[in-house]
Design a protein around this ligand. Structure first.
Ligand code: 48F
Length: 268
């Protein structure tokens, strides 16, 4: 028999626990916008090193494009040396051609999400990035709203967003690069070139190479790198997403070391 309870106790458990989490989210070390493969990898890397990380994701589910390999087929491909990260995450795979590996999208994606959770990454789902906090020429957080707010009828107006402060923001929003576009809109950076046509061979190396800090307080990872630097789009292969996320996480860690940023820490 299940323990006896009332409906109100269940409601209290949801509301009070969520609000306690929300209080923690108001000020974090790193906010990552986008819970796809690059964002999850970056978050895992940072959280494994004691950094307080929040991933905001507009969908009700995490994983971005990592569930599907391409064309609605859920076999995912990874090129060498990406299998080393699959080993690290304990994801099984097959070698289809020498150096070209296949894995199950559901298995790979759920394991990556689980590894990010185990590392201590926190999540706000159904939450859409709306704007940046920008102070003293530095990105210092994000402005967010519930995702459904955008779908409200026009006569329901003024559902103001809220702000979440952080020492670093990572744009992991894929091709849309929505965080970096806010800097472009305000003339802080030059017009973004957007991503080029598909060329796997070039794209994977370049995306990892160009994963970087684009402005004080802002790092770009994953396919947002392609949009930011005008790189070829990648096509349905994922090794570079995992490596780019890992590299972005490490650039974040260096920021905490070099600038001696105080780490809020996961338990604050
Ligand atoms: O698109 P996505 O998987 O980006 P990624 O990590 O990986 C790209 C690959 O999936 C694939 C590819 C390479 O093989 O070309 O496309 O670079 O994940 C981006 C996540 O960001 C979320 C979106 O729902 C997805 O889960 N996202 C996008 N815009 C917003 C957002 C927003 N405004 N607010 C919150 N989340």
């Amino acid at each position: 028999m299940f323990k006896s309870t009332t409906e109100s106790e269940i409601t209290n458990a949801i509301v009070i626990s969520f609000l306690e989490d929300m209080k923690q989210f108001a000020k974090t070390d790193v906010v990552i916008v986008g819970g796809g493969p690059s964002g999850l990898m970056a978050g895992r890397e940072l959280a494994n090193n004691g950094i307080k990380v929040l991933i905001i994701e507009r969908n009700n589910y995490l994983g971005g494009g990592f569930w599907i390999g391409g064309y609605l087929m859920n076999t995912v491909t990874i090129r060498s040396p990406g299998q080393e990260i699959l080993d690290e995450l304990n994801i099984p795979y097959n070698e289809f051609y020498p150096g070209l590996y296949t894995t199950s999208g559901p298995h790979a994606c759920s394991k990556l999400i689980s590894c990010a959770c185990d590392a201590g990454v926190q999540f706000l789902t159904m939450t859409s990035f709306d704007d940046i906090l920008f102070k003293n020429d530095k990105v210092s957080g994000v402005v967010v709203n519930w995702t459904p707010v955008k779908s409200l009828p026009r006569h329901i107006t003024c559902v103001d967003p809220i702000a979440l402060e952080s020492k670093l923001v990572i744009d992991a929003t894929g091709h849309d690069a929505v965080v970096i576009k806010k800097l472009e809109e305000r003339g802080v950076i030059d017009k973004l070139p957007g991503y080029g046509s598909m060329w796997v061979e070039q794209s994977e190396n370049l995306v990892v190479e160009k994963t970087s800090k684009v402005h004080p307080g802002l790092i770009v990872v994953g396919m947002a790198v392609s949009t930011t630097y005008g790189l070829p789009r990648m096509g349905p292969t994922f090794g570079a997403m995992l490596y780019s996320g890992k590299k972005g996480g490490n650039i974040g860690l260096e920021e905490f070391r070099d600038r001696e940023l105080t780490i809020e820490g996961k338990t604050n």
